[in-house]
Design a protein around this ligand. Structure first.
Ligand code: ASP
Ligand code: MG
Length: 435
């Protein structure tokens, strides 16, 4: 269902099929919604065809989540998803109304014609099919024939992000920030030229500018780097959206809905230039909501880790860093981290697993940790990046709890209270500060 070819459209200004995703702050008020409507119509008048994907108005999903949480602390279920998906319906309704009102005001609506009219679509109306993992559902396919027909008539589709429908017609949601993934999936399914992600910042930065005022906007970054940055706490894009974009080589453009300046292009690595020209470290990320579980007195049984982590994954818990060390002549121990949102569920799953499989197990838990990471495709070709990172952290007085690496990333788990110091030290030390 999802098939696309790659168009290098970010270099040419001719007509294009653009999916424009507007996040919560971009539709956060009637004023903002009116400016989204004007922007969409301006794009259409330039000759581009736009398809809009919108999130709930800012704060709305949080409001719904806290209502649900007041009733039950771990409410992931069909009811919960139906509830928290509703914010997008409001936004879609308002944006569609705003485009039609603006088109009317500009005299663009011709009798009997469809051009410049907006049409709202909820996930299920578009056949956005997902699996049934409530609150973390994955898109399996999108019915685009009706969408294509509307596009060919010049209609502006306005689609609810974040939601889909499973095989039993239950409403599902894609995880917090999931509208990004909706937008990319729709762009891929339509074979769009580019997926524009409009947000309240003007691009992806080398690190969080609120922590390091000297952070710089990145003009181009590879999917791989963006994925690491997104998974490491640079909250500008949902990670699944970047994975999907990478898989289908869909160019992303992260940009501001408050100003027309160029944002950050997220593109295939082979468009970044030769390995030796690439920057060593593209960005520094921090994820402040990490919880470490330390399990000791694990059974000496080759199956034990498989059984433990299967129990966690069956509960859809995303385990991040895993460190195991079989100390000689001692019972085995393992450490792993999860995000704070999965802390409660992890505790429950571990208690259940201990009762069934390993009554002697000891469980220790440590919250308020942060993971700071440096990311860059260039580090694949340069030695000494890790040692430099450890030096910089040591000089900033930051102790390291756990270390994990990939080809293009090094992460250290540290005390949460040291996050800002660590990020600033790494940003300066790796030459990322703006001049
Ligand atoms: N409204 C949803 C959320 O707040 C989806 C999104 O914004 O992308 O998580
Ligand atoms: Mg978002």
């Amino acid at each position: 269902v999802l098939a696309v070819k790659f168009h290098q459209s970010f270099n040419d200004s001719s007509m294009a099929l653009l999916v424009q995703k507007f996040g919560g702050t971009s539709v956060g008020s009637v004023e903002r919604i009116k400016s989204v409507a004007a922007w969409a119509l301006d794009s259409q008048l330039r000759g581009d065809q736009v398809v809009l994907v919108v999130s709930a108005m800012s704060g709305e999903t949080n409001r719904l989540v806290s209502l649900a949480t007041e009733i039950h602390p771990i409410p992931f279920s069909r009811e919960y998803d139906l509830l928290i998906a509703s914010g997008e319906q409001i936004a879609v309704g308002l944006v569609t109304l705003a485009i039609n009102a603006e088109a009317e005001r500009r005299g663009l609506l011709k009798r009997g014609a469809h051009a410049y009219q907006a049409r709202p679509f909820l996930g299920h109306q578009l056949g956005i099919r997902t699996d049934s993992v409530f609150s973390k559902a994955r898109i399996q396919g999108i019915e685009v024939s009706e969408l294509r027909e509307e596009i060919s008539r010049g209609v502006i589709p306005v689609i609810a992000g974040f939601q889909g429908v499973d095989a039993e017609n239950n409403i599902t949601t894609l995880g917090r920030g999931g509208s990004d993934t909706s937008a990319v999936a729709i762009a891929v399914a339509l074979g769009a030229d580019e997926c524009e992600i409009y947000t309240d910042v003007d691009g992806v930065y080398t690190t969080d500018p609120r922590i390091v005022p000297k952070a710089r906007k990145i003009s181009k970054i590879s999917y791989e780097e963006m994925m690491e940055l997104a998974s490491l706490g640079a909250k500008v894009l949902q990670i699944r959206s970047v994975e999907l974009a990478a898989k289908y080589r869909m160019p992303l453009h992260v940009r501001s809905s408050f100003s027309p300046v160029e944002g950050t292009h997220v593109i295939p690595q082979d468009f970044l230039g030769k390995p030796l020209e690439q920057v060593l470290v593209a960005g520094v990320a921090a994820d402040a909501h990490q919880v470490k579980f330390y399990l000791s007195e694990l059974k000496r049984d080759p199956e034990v880790l498989a059984s433990l982590f299967t129990a966690l994954s069956d509960a859809a818990i995303v385990v991040d860093v895993i460190v195991q060390d079989l100390a000689m002549n001692q019972a085995a121990a393992v450490s792993f981290t999860v995000s704070k949102t999965d802390q409660l569920k992890t505790r429950e799953v571990l208690d259940g697993w201990r009762e069934r499989e390993n009554p002697a197990l000891k469980i220790l838990e440590k919250g308020e940790l942060s993971k700071v990471s440096i990311v860059g495709v260039g580090m694949q070709h340069h030695p000494g990046v890790a040692s430099k990172m450890f030096q910089l952290l040591a000089r900033a007085g930051v102790a390291i709890e756990l270390i994990t690496t990939s080809e293009i990333k090094i992460s250290c788990l540290i005390d949460g209270s040291k996050t800002n110091d660590a990020v600033a030290a790494l940003h300066t030390g790796f030459g990322l500060d703006a001049v």
